[in-house]
Each structure stands twice: as C-alpha cells, then as structure tokens.
Design a protein around this ligand. Sequence first.
Ligand SMILES: C[S@@+](CC[C@H](N)C(=O)[O-])C[C@H]1O[C@@H](n2cnc3c(N)ncnc32)[C@H](O)[C@@H]1O
Length: 275
Amino acid sequence: MTWNRHTTHVQDGDLVLLVGQRHKHFMITLKAGMEFHTHRGILKHDDLIGLPWGTQIYSHTDAPFYIFSPSLADVLRDMPRNTQILYPKDIGFILLTTGIGPGSRVIEAGTGSGAMTTALAHSVGADGQVYSYENRKAMQVLAKKNLRRLGLEERVEFKVRDIEEGFDESDVDVIFLDVRNPHDYISQMRAALKPGGYFASLLPTFNQVEELLLALNKSQFAFIEVCEIMLRYYKPQSSRLRPTDRMIAHTGFLLFARRVEKVDRPEELEKGDLS
Ligand SMILES: C[S@@+](CC[C@H](N)C(=O)[O-])C[C@H]1O[C@@H](n2cnc3c(N)ncnc32)[C@H](O)[C@@H]1O
C-alpha cells in the first residue's frame, strides 16, 4: 500500500479516496483484479488504475465518483478510532507553532487511536522519530494498525507505559501531552525535553488549563500561550455565501510553553512576567 506518492496518475497499491454524491467518501487500497462494492454500485480496481488523479468515474449502476489521493486531513477524518481524537484544525496549529518538521524528535502521550501520532509521523519525515506513550495496551493495537496502513509505522516507537514513570528519551525537540492531567507529569516532561524545547497540550476544560498553568509556572517554563482555534465553514455558493448551519463549537484549549534554563529572578516566572 502506498499513500501520498506525489504521482499524477493512480497506481496499483495506492490508497485512494473515492468521493461520491453528497460528498459521501470511501478510502480504499487498490489491488489489481479486485472490486469495490458500495450501495451505489461496483467499481473495478482495474478500471481506476492508470487514471489521472481527480478523474470522475462511474459505478456499474452509473453512480459518479471522483478519485483522489487522500490528504492528511482525509486520512485523519476516516481513521478508525476508539478514543476522542485530535481535529485537523488543532493538529495543524500545534505542528506550526512548535515547528515540528523533517528530522524532529517528538514525544507524545497518550497514543489513543493514533490520529496525532499519524500527523507527527507524517511531519517528522523519514529522518525524524516519534515516541508515543500509552498506558492501555489495547489502545496501541488500533493505533499501530492505523499507522501501518499508511506506511508510517517505522517512524514511531510505541511504548506501553504510564507516563508517571517518566520517558526513556532525553533532549527531544517537542513533547505533546493529550492526557487528562498533564499537570501531574511536568517533571517527567521537563527531564525529556531539550533546553528551549516546546511543550504543548490540548485540554478540554478551563480547570485543566488552570492546573497546568500553575504547574508550569513552578517549573521554569516560559512564553506560555493559551488559545483556542475556532473554525467556521461557509456554503460556497457565490449568490448566497453564508456560514454552514452547524459548526463544531469546542474541541479544546491549546497550551504552548518553552523550557527555559537561566532565570536570574525566578520570582518573575511565578508572577507570569515571562509568559
Ligand atoms: C484523548 S486520548 C488521545 C488521543 C490521541 N491524541 C489521538 O489523536 O488519537 C488520551 C489517551 O491517553 C491515555 N492516557 C491517559 N493517561 C495516561 C498516562 N498517565 N500515561 C499514558 N497514557 C495515558 C489514555 O489511555 C488515552 O488513550
């Protein structure tokens, strides 16, 4: 299976996104000789192999589909899950703010269903490394399967552990925590993060943000930012452009902080003057 080949034409073994009427979509891996059955008819994989990406095709009942190479957001939207997963709007901002890119070494916890793991593995490239911690073994079974399907498994070291016990790595570029009580793991997190490195967390409630701020202020973290990403879609009709009727009102608050080393006047940190 190959995802994201940067090709112009569909090839045998590609992961493809089929988009039908009313944006109904399916993600499948093409295999010569196979058929894909939907409630809107059958598509033969052989008829799709060799087409330019973006081509409109028809099932045997004449239902139309477009064929695309799935984007990272497409992959995350369709990812099988057994936990709450991060949304693309939050993932995108976390990656940009912390500067995660090719060659980065990143720790995350918990693995959950592996949505963030997938985005991290995609971003760090073949030369980077993701260390993903999760205290419930069963969770990582699904996450590993999700990463394997995308050919990203080798960029991730999965570890079954309660992060209370600490991390094996040191001097990583970024640590991202998506657990209920990140404030309880600040010393473990600081021990694994490189000087000046970024810590980030997603927290659904104000109360969690408050606890995390208190803990970070005591542990030499500075330039703390708390924000929330709001995303509103519009109906793309030129004659009556307006927002869609529904939106996701809340996912979580994002918190970013940097590990700092030399503080001449530590009382400034406690007052939040360096935030
Ligand atoms: C909301 S899910 C993470 C979802 C993940 N970020 C994603 O995008 O798919 C939180 C996960 O953290 C795990 N977790 C909670 N506390 C933990 C701890 N102390 N150590 C390791 N994992 C923990 C939970 O078991 C759960 O699977």
